[in-house]
Design a protein. Structure first.
Ligand code: 9Z3
Length: 382
């Protein structure tokens, strides 16, 4: 793990939260002019209840995960999307849960989810885990037994274990499945995982605002882990045609506006006491640390985790403001987390990845949990 510090020029001050971004939309303009998702109030109410249930008992983290779309038509046939499958978010959510956090998992619909991510339909299909069922001659008896089992159960669903003798997990998969299944049921019983789906970048922004506001009650116990891959550009509602764009008129020109930078109002108004961690994604590694520092400078939050697209599963860099700043200059520290340095020669055993491999999210979450704890303790001393 390498660590060092550097300084950014103090002159590059951030524009005010209400200032209009270069392409026209301030956060306030955006929320005044775009259409909120129809389920917004319902999700906000679920978060309110979740926060009430866990407040004072455990720390709560909002994990955002997966890509955001930009619809090109109101009756959407076509949309722009990005690469993210939600691996970072889903994996991190699992480690937050096993570290004792309650998790609000705000994710792109149909992207990877904690626990089920181990059994994606393409790379590890669920049906492949199951042994072949009994031959057709015994199927009738099996069907009758299942019907009897479920009719004996008041809920009308099959009694757990009732058909275990007929449908079995293949022996070679049980060792891998059991810890996942146990952790999944533990979270279900404790009600520590709340899922909130989004699709478009606009849905994402409305939800981020309202979920963060509901979490405000948590004060410093709230952690905000913004791992979703958020589009930088969108097509405003007034410029989005109602119907499918027709072909036959030559090439298609799309003009997009810049998505407003909501981290500023998030830090100042929606989650003023929260521990806010954003991710910075780049493909040019030389930009990673300067851009992460610029984000901290501009938005004033606690940590930026920088990751290079190609190396994101092997290494990340934590960038944060230095504690005692020297006069006149804003100073930042950065600290690399690299699997090759953390586990030289594969010293980590028992990783939870698909083939038992190490997942960098385990180390990211451990590091953040420590820093979040420090943040809470600082607050108690004030
Ligand atoms: C990330 O950088 C995530 O780590 C990844 C995870 C999207 C790279 P995968 O889903 O990928 O595991 O395949 N997320 C944040 C990206 C982002 O949109 N950041 C914004 C920016 O860089 C600011 S919040 O400006």
């Amino acid at each position: 793990m390498a660590s060092s510090s550097s300084a950014a020029p103090s002159g590059s001050a951030a524009p005010a939260a209400s200032a209009t971004d270069a392409a026209g939309f301030s956060a306030a303009d955006f929320f005044d002019t775009q259409t909120p998702p129809p389920t917004l109030a319902e999700h906000a109410a679920a978060v309110r209840e979740f926060v009430e249930r866990h407040r004072g008992k455990r720390r709560v983290v909002l994990v955002t995960s997966g890509g955001t779309t930009v619809p090109l038509e109101q009756n959407t046939v076509r949309f722009l999307d990005n690469f993210s499958a939600g691996t970072r978010g889903a994996t991190s959510a699992e480690y937050f849960l096993s570290s004792g956090y309650a998790v609000i998992f705000m994710h792109r619909q149909h992207s990877l989810s904690p626990y089920t991510r181990h059994y994606s339909h393409t790379t590890n299909p669920f049906l492949d885990l199951l042994a072949e069922p009994p031959p057709v001659s015994s199927s009738l008896a099996f069907a009758l037994r299942s019907r009897l089992d479920s009719s004996n159960d008041e809920s009308g669903t099959a009694t757990p274990g009732a058909s275990m003798d007929a449908i079995r997990v293949r022996a070679k998969y049980t060792e891998q499945l059991l810890p996942v299944l146990r952790a999944y049921h533990k979270a279900q019983r404790a009600q520590t995982l709340l899922r909130i789906p989004f699709v478009t970048v606009s849905d994402y922004l409305f939800l981020l605002r309202d979920v963060s506001r509901e979490m405000q009650l948590l004060g410093r116990d709230g952690l905000y882990y913004l791992a979703a891959a958020v589009s930088d550009f969108f097509v405003p509602r007034t410029k989005t045609p109602q119907h499918k764009i027709q072909s036959g008129k030559g090439s298609l020109m799309i003009e997009m506006d810049q998505v407003p930078k909501v981290l500023k109002p998030m830090v100042e108004q929606w989650a003023p006491e929260g521990f806010v961690v954003s991710f910075k994604l780049e493909t040019d590694p030389d930009l990673l640390i300067p851009k992460a520092q610029a984000a901290l400078e501009r938005y004033g939050h606690q940590v930026v985790i920088g990751n290079d697209l190609a190396l994101r599963k092997q290494e990340v860099v934590f960038v944060e403001p230095a504690r005692a700043g020297s006069a006149g200059e804003r100073a930042y520290t950065h600290q690399w987390l690299r699997l090759s340095e953390l586990y030289p020669n594969g010293t980590h055993t028992g990783g939870k990845g698909k083939g038992g491999e190490v997942e960098i999210e385990e180390d990211i979450v451990r590091e953040l949990s420590t820093r979040h704890q420090r943040w809470i303790e600082q607050g108690q001393r004030q």
